[in-house]
Design a protein around this ligand. Structure first.
Ligand SMILES: *Cc1c(COP(=O)(O)O)cnc(C)c1O
Length: 204
């Protein structure tokens, strides 16, 4: 599945992409998602792909199909609480910091199993897989990181837990999606290659 990464792009531009066959879009910021949502909700599925602040969960919980960026227990607790209030089960991906980069969010790969275990008590969350933003490297140098993600994903599939149903491996962006798909990604998040370069502070 392609999730079009639509940050900074306006509703009209996104509608053109939908006309070309895009069915799913990913937003990074809660406010931006909420601005676009009323104009697009009947035409496309929204995903949340950016860092999610706990106090903003309530603004996205009933709008998104999948949260790609579950990266801490506090966030899981809040998602669970809000999902319960709305009477829904929220599908989430666990974000992994596969490159161990300080500038990136996500849990370290070796902590995945513990993290999943800690979330077992949250009945209104379903863990549907993993997401990562790989280090920004030439394609052959990034490949080992995607391979490691695939190994983790296979390990997740082995975990027998009532709220784990591993199905999605979300990795690959404009610069590296070909390698990501070769290594087992089944969701890629593409911005630049669909919409062109982002001009920040301007509507695309
Ligand atoms: C912006 C963004 C993308 C897409 O990046 P491009 O390089 O423009 O394809 C993918 N994932 C996340 C989390 C993003 O913020």
């Amino acid at each position: 599945m392609i999730v079009a990464a639509t940050k900074t792009f306006g509703v009209e531009t996104i509608k053109e992409a939908i006309a070309c066959g895009i069915t799913d879009i990913g937003e990074n910021k809660v406010q931006e998602l909420n601005e676009k949502y009323p104009h697009l909700k009947d035409e496309v599925n929204f995903h949340f792909i950016g860092h999610l602040q706990t106090n903003k969960v309530k603004y996205v919980i009933d709008k998104v199909k999948l949260i790609h960026s579950l990266d801490r227990v506090k966030l899981a607790e809040e998602i669970n609480k809000r999902a319960k209030q709305k009477g829904l089960i929220m599908d989430c991906l666990v974000e992994i910091n596969i490159g161990g980069e300080e500038s990136k969010y996500g849990i370290p790969p070796e902590e995945m199993n513990n993290f999943i275990k800690e979330i077992e008590k949250y009945d209104n969350i379903k863990i549907k897989g993993l997401m990562t933003i790989a280090p920004y490297l030439p394609s052959e140098e990034v490949r080992p990181y995607f391979k490691k993600m695939k190994e983790l994903f296979d390990r997740l599939k082995e975990i027998k837990q009532h709220n784990v149903e591993a199905q999605f491996l979300s990795m690959g962006m404009s610069n590296d999606y070909c390698v990501a798909v070769e290594e087992g990604a089944n969701i890629v998040r593409i911005g630049t290659s669909i919409f062109g370069a982002r001009l920040y502070n301007m509507e695309g």
